[in-house]
Design a protein around this ligand. Structure first.
Ligand code: DGJ
Length: 742
């Protein structure tokens, strides 16, 4: 890992054994975005990356010079108002109302490691695993300073980028756009791939070729949302899971965001990501600082699978808190689908006792334990135990659950309020909304104004009373509606555009306070399922509830899409009852387990109603998961077959390529079908492996080049097929028998 600066060529080169990022200081002082990709070697100079151009209908900067226009350059952090007409990375309004801005290189510093962001989640590599280049640019007229941060990792093909604005002038500046990253790529022969969705159908994959003009995804919901995940991948049209170039950008942010691609008439691509500029206006007073969230950018020249594995590695080692990085996540039972709001302490204890017998490790008490919460019309904001349901309180209940040999987990939804609560009676003005307008609701609830410190603190004070009293090992932090009528009665007119960002800063502040005070509590983020599954949340909560949809078939697409960047150790995945509560489908207990293994694993059903045979099967499933938990959570994940067809397959191999699991799923039976052949990945060619179904070891080469033969579904003649009927699944265990000989 090296970051070099060649003062003669005015060239920065950030490189490790996998990637290079080359930045040049252009002749007008702007920063040229020269190269991001596979490691470059040999001497580098500006002339290798750019050319003077004299083109028609172009505006040039220097009088008499027809060779240099920003519109023809590839830029690191483009500004608005001089000669570049493409979308800018930064949009400011100075006190005179001018939006023209012209940041030029001033100086730079280099240091080991990386600084954390102030109040924002950020990547946190150790000092010896990363290096940072900080480039300082100034705008002479506004006297603002722009700092650009570039962190290179030692091992991974990834960089982190962010920006910071400092107002050094004597009057305020309005920031309307300050993107975390902007990249100008030399061509547009890319496909844009993003994860879109909705409640119970999160993170489905959509792919289309880049076109001239703008293409974008984003959120204006106050949360990153299930509509679009804050992630975009560009891949070459010929790129597959195993080969070809791919470039992924993900934001370490949970609020309103925009990821925008712009292809100009010359076919160059500008890819930007950051806070959504719509309804964003930040008033930066003299000497104040504003920091953008970070963007994590990954490059792969070995397909989309490799890109995902790099994301997984970077997230697991440099984002997730070190406390949870290598800690086994407990197999949990959640009472939500077993009881909904209808429970009491006896029922909970009975569920816990039965769960313990099955091998479950953590009992999670979901929604309904507090205030007057008997349905979803009431209770949010009153974070004290409902003694009608739990007469002896949470302290006692958690003690009883622990006495059964289980950890105890609790659901909260701290950002929300219902009217009719004690909190609402005391603080009717704590809601986000405009008193001159209607307050729209979602699930009968309203959002607390977390841009206000006293609101965050009020909720914190309530929560610590509960958490100090009970023995809580896990918290599921839910968020079940998005923001409407974004208006804060506490902000002045010129700061209303700050609300959405201040809100998410308030959410982060509460996470910070709670994780500081209770470092041993494992947090799982949730937003009506996977409505806020992002890198910002994973900084505090190492796992997230992937989706309320626990149907095994639907989960194939959801988990497949989620795996594009999020590691399996972050994906909450549970076995639930049938008919499934979301789509009413009946799938086998086997298939539900086979899908849920590839995540944090748990159950969400009434174990007291299960048959003895099902209990026996659940015991086996939990044993199996425990045997492979470390492998699943720390290994390399390979997507083998896409769920956008009748069959899905994936596998996990440990880093040594010695042990793994292969899973195959089929949605519908096919009549009179031939056998299928599933090619594996990630093995050592020359090594021999023992694999389920083979009496003798077979080579990695055979399994990857020829593949595993899978017997067809019932075809009317044979009854000995491995998979019969609809909704089938199979798992193979694979273990290296002899090492590869070179
Ligand atoms: C939405 C979550 O996604 C569910 O798992 C459950 O916790 C409910 N909220 C409770 O209201």
């Amino acid at each position: 890992m090296q970051i070099t600066y060649d003062p003669k060529e005015k060239l920065f080169h950030l490189y490790n054994h996998q990637i290079s990022y080359v930045i040049g200081i252009l002749k007008n002082g702007h920063l040229g975005d020269f190269y991001f990709g596979k490691t470059l070697t040999g001497p580098l100079c500006q002339a290798q990356f750019r050319m003077d151009q004299n083109r028609g209908l172009t505006n040039y900067i220097e009088t008499g010079d027809f060779s240099f226009s920003l519109n023809l350059e590839r830029l690191v952090y483009p500004c608005f108002g001089t000669t570049d007409y493409r979308p800018p990375a930064i949009d400011l309004k100075d006190s005179r109302g001018s939006r023209v801005i012209d940041f030029k290189y001033d100086s730079h510093t280099l240091y080991a490691g990386k600084k954390l962001k102030n109040g924002l989640p950020s990547m946190r590599p150790s000092k010896d695993r990363a290096m940072t280049l900080e480039i300082i640019c100034t705008d002479a007229v506004s006297q603002a300073t722009l700092k650009l941060f570039f962190t290179l990792f030692k091992e991974e093909a990834a960089i982190v980028k962010s920006s910071m604005l400092i107002n050094g002038g004597a009057s305020s500046i309005e920031i309307n756009r300050l993107m975390s990253t902007s990249m100008d790529l030399i061509d547009h022969d890319w496909q844009w791939c993003h994860l879109y969705g909705d409640w119970i159908k999160e993170r489905h994959v959509d792919t289309f070729p880049l076109h001239h003009g703008t293409q974008s995804i984003g959120s204006l919901r106050g949360a990153s949302s299930s509509a679009h995940n804050p992630f975009v991948m560009l891949k070459r049209p010929s790129t597959t899971e195993c080969a070809g170039e791919a470039l992924g950008v993900a934001l370490v942010y949970s609020g309103n965001f925009l990821i925008e691609g712009y292809v100009d008439s010359d076919g160059r691509t500008r890819l930007m990501a950051g806070i959504h500029p719509q309804n964003f206006a930040w008033c930066l007073e003299e000497n104040q600082v504003f920091e953008s969230p970070e963007a994590l950018i990954v490059y792969s020249d070995a397909g989309t699978g490799q890109m995902s594995r790099t994301f997984h590695d970077v997230i697991r080692t440099h984002l997730i808190h070190e406390k949870w990085q290598n800690k086994n996540r407990p197999v949990l039972i959640n009472n939500w689908e077993a009881t909904y709001f209808d429970f009491d302490a006896d029922k909970l204890i009975a569920l816990a006792k039965a769960s313990k017998k099955l091998g479950i490790e953590l009992f999670v008490l979901d929604d309904g334990w507090f205030g007057e919460r008997n349905d979803d019309t009431c209770g949010l904001g009153d974070w004290f135990v409902n003694t009608k349901k739990i007469p002896s309180g949470l302290g006692k209940l958690s003690e009883q659950i622990h006495a059964e040999g289980l950890q105890f987990g609790l659901w909260i939804e701290p950002e929300m309020i219902n009217r009719g609560t004690q909190l609402y009676r005391e603080h009717p003005d704590w809601l986000i909304g405009d008193p001159n307008r209607n307050y729209s609701h979602g699930r009968n609830q309203y959002i607390l104004d977390f841009s206000r410190e006293e609101v965050v603190d009020g909720i914190f004070q309530q929560l610590i009373k509960v958490l100090d009293d009970a023995q809580v090992d896990y918290i599921k932090w839910d968020m079940n509606r998005n923001m409407t009528e974004p208006f804060s009665t506490a902000l002045p007119a010129n700061r209303q555009g700050e609300l959405a960002h201040r809100y998410i800063l308030g959410v982060y502040a509460l996470y910070e306070k709670l994780t500081d005070r209770y470092p041993n509590i494992l947090f799982e983020s949730c937003s009506a399922g996977g409505g806020r599954f992002d890198l910002g949340m994973l900084y505090y909560a190492p796992q997230a509830w992937t989706s309320d949809n626990t149907d095994a078939v639907e989960r194939l697409k959801i988990q497949y899409g989620t795996s594009m960047l999020y590691p399996l150790s972050s994906m909450g995945s549970h076995v639930s009852d049938v008919p499934n509560h979301q789509v009413k489908r009946n799938t086998s207990l086997k298939m539900r387990g086979d899908v849920a293994y590839f995540g944090t694993f748990g159950y969400e059903l009434d174990v007291l109603k299960m048959s003895d045979t099902d209990c026996e099967q659940v015991i086996q499933q939990i044993d199996f998961f425990k045997k492979y938990r470390t492998l699943i959570h720390s290994g390399d994940f390979y997507r083998l077959l896409s769920p956008y067809s009748n069959q899905t397959a994936w596998m996990v191999m440990d880093k040594e390529k010695s042990k793994g699991l292969v899973a195959w799923y089929q949605v519908l039976a096919r009549s009179n079908a031939s056998y299928d052949v599933l090619k594996l990945q990630g093995l050592q060619e020359q090594a021999l492996y023992r694999i389920t179904g083979f009496d003798t070891p077979v080579s990695g080469a055979y399994l990857m080049q020829f593949g595993l033969m899978i017997r067809p579904s019932f075809n009317g003649i044979t009854t000995t097929s491995d998979a019969t009927g609809d909704y089938q699944s199979r798992i193979w265990e694979i273990e290296r028998f002899t090492k590869e000989t070179s």
